[in-house]
Design a protein around this ligand. Structure first.
Ligand code: 6PG
Length: 466
């Protein structure tokens, strides 16, 4: 019997969808899942359910799985990020031969990927940390793929990955080598950070708009925006979510207002703090989720201070639209800036235009803006270097401030819109009050300060109390 071209470990939602995607594209596949606990029948059920697909072989024995794959083997792990990845690596690496390849398609932390990459390199096993975005549907129909590791390894598996990936508007695969060691997982992490802010912006819009508008009316506005430069996958699904009913009740109205998270937004924010890059929007979005999770405390406090929803007027849709465009640009600027700085730090040499192109389809943050950015980064290093973008931002400044002012009067928290506005104001202000911070630092800690019009190499200290 001829051997399989590719192996997939882990038949969770993503593993199953990717297997079906690959099999339907004609790739001969071996799939593996463990048989412990409630996973006992996963492989059997999956194979039975898809017995029409003759090119998938199912295994629950790791040795048999490994030997069913042609050499050099290429095996994708779709298992939970964290210790499970290490457990699978430990279990399988002794069964592999030199030049075989392991690919981690989960949301692993890039620092873990760097360690695993180094460890497996010593065993002459190719290791690829591959960001996979698009959720279940993306995995099934074509995800956006962000492989990192090294170019030579990537070349060996590129035909398969590019076959299962989504296609951009020119029919090129939304997949390409991102950079060495953990670069693929790094950009996937930041993808999620950008995703957190994009989601929070929509939630904040909804909070404001629903003061005076029905779910249908809001959905109609989002659907219209989706025909413009504001279009995005997240906007599209939000318009759909708002209309979905169970019986005669909107599902959205019955969902508990506590946002969950699996950690990638937090990791992105921590990384930004470590690198000194101000990603204020994604960080605000993470905190907004955390604040939402204090439901019981919020209920108790809201009863204590007896706050009323005011339902004062909100700005025109044209103003809100401008504010939204403004905030999205700032969000993408901050996210890509973080990638650029990390790329310098880790010498990944990430091509931002190519990355934006990979994100134009298949992934959760695909959008018309992303399409524009893939062109912009061919000419500029940063979004703020583009004159047309700067013009949009400065022309929308009044709109976002009007939107925020209305939110304040209505007692609606707009964490991410506000972060976007503050960032823009600070970044376009010549003199910030940071000189006072410097004076305070010098007062209590003799941390010294620099002076205007004096070479930056010179530091001064004042004896403030004398
Ligand atoms: C994707 C998503 C996906 C997922 C994350 C984030 O690109 O397909 O980003 O990876 O949604 O799990 O989820 P949390 O909101 O739970 O952190």
């Amino acid at each position: 019997m001829s051997k399989s071209q590719f192996g997939i470990i882990g038949l969770g939602v993503m593993g199953k969808s990717l297997s079906l995607n690959g099999a339907e594209k004609g790739i001969k596949l071996s799939v593996y899942n463990r048989i412990e606990g409630d996973e006992a029948s996963i492989v059997h059920d999956f194979i039975t359910e898809h017995e029409n697909l003759k090119n998938i072989l199912g295994f629950s024995n790791m040795e048999a799985f490994v030997s069913s794959i042609e050499q050099p083997r290429k095996i994708l792990m779709m298992v939970k990020a964290g210790p499970v990845v290490d457990a699978v690596i430990n279990q399988i690496s002794d069964l592999l031969d030199a030049n075989d390849m392991l690919i981690d398609g989960g949301n692993s932390h890039f620092l873990d990927t760097q360690k695993r990459y180094a460890k497996l390199q010593k065993k002459q096993i190719h290791y690829i940390g591959c960001g996979v975005s698009g959720g279940e549907e993306g995995a099934r129909k074509g995800p956006s793929l962000m492989p990192g590791g090294n170019q030579e390894s990537y070349k060996l598996v590129a035909p398969i990955l590019e076959m299962i990936a989504a296609k951009d508007k020119n029919n090129n695969p939304c997949c390409g080598f991102i950079g060495t060691d953990g670069a693929g997982h790094f950009v996937k992490m930041i993808h999620n950070g950008i995703e957190y802010s994009e989601m929070q912006l929509l939630a904040e819009l909804y909070a404001m708009m629903s003061l005076h508008m029905t779910n249908e009316a809001i959905s109609a506005v989002f659907t219209n925006w989706n025909k413009t430069d504001l279009s995005s996958y997240l906007l599209e699904i939000t318009a759909e979510i708002l209309l979905k009913k169970e019986g005669d009740q909107y599902i959205i109205d019955s969902i508990l207002d506590k946002a969950g998270n699996k950690g990638t937004g937090c990791w992105s924010s921590k990384t930004a703090l470590d690198l000194g890059v101000p990603t204020t929007m994604m960080t605000s979005a993470v905190f907004a989720r955390y604040v939402s999770s204090f439901k019981e405390k919020r209920v108790a406090l809201s009863n204590l201070v007896a706050t009323k929803t005011l339902k004062l007027e909100i700005p025109d849709m044209s103003i809100i639209e401008k504010a939204y465009r403004f905030a999205r640009i700032i969000n993408h600027h901050q996210g890509f800036q973080l990638i650029q700085e990390a790329s310098k730090e880790h010498q990944w040499n990430i091509n931002l235009s190519e990355l934006a192109r990979i994100w134009t389809n298949g992934c959760i943050i695909r959008s018309e803006l992303m399409q524009q950015l893939s062109g912009l980064f061919k000419l500029q290093q940063a979004i703020f270097e583009d004159e047309a973008i700067l013009k949009i931002l400065s022309n929308s400044e009044l709109a976002i401030s009007e939107f925020i002012q209305s939110a304040i009067k209505n007692r609606i928290a707009l964490d991410t819109f506000w972060s976007a506005h503050n960032y823009w104001i600070s970044m376009t202000t010549e003199r910030l009050p940071a000189h006072l911070i410097q004076a305070q630092r010098d007062y209590f800690g003799a941390h010294t300060y620099q002076k205007i019009d004096v070479p930056a190499s010179q530091f001064f200290h004042t004896n403030w109390q004398r």
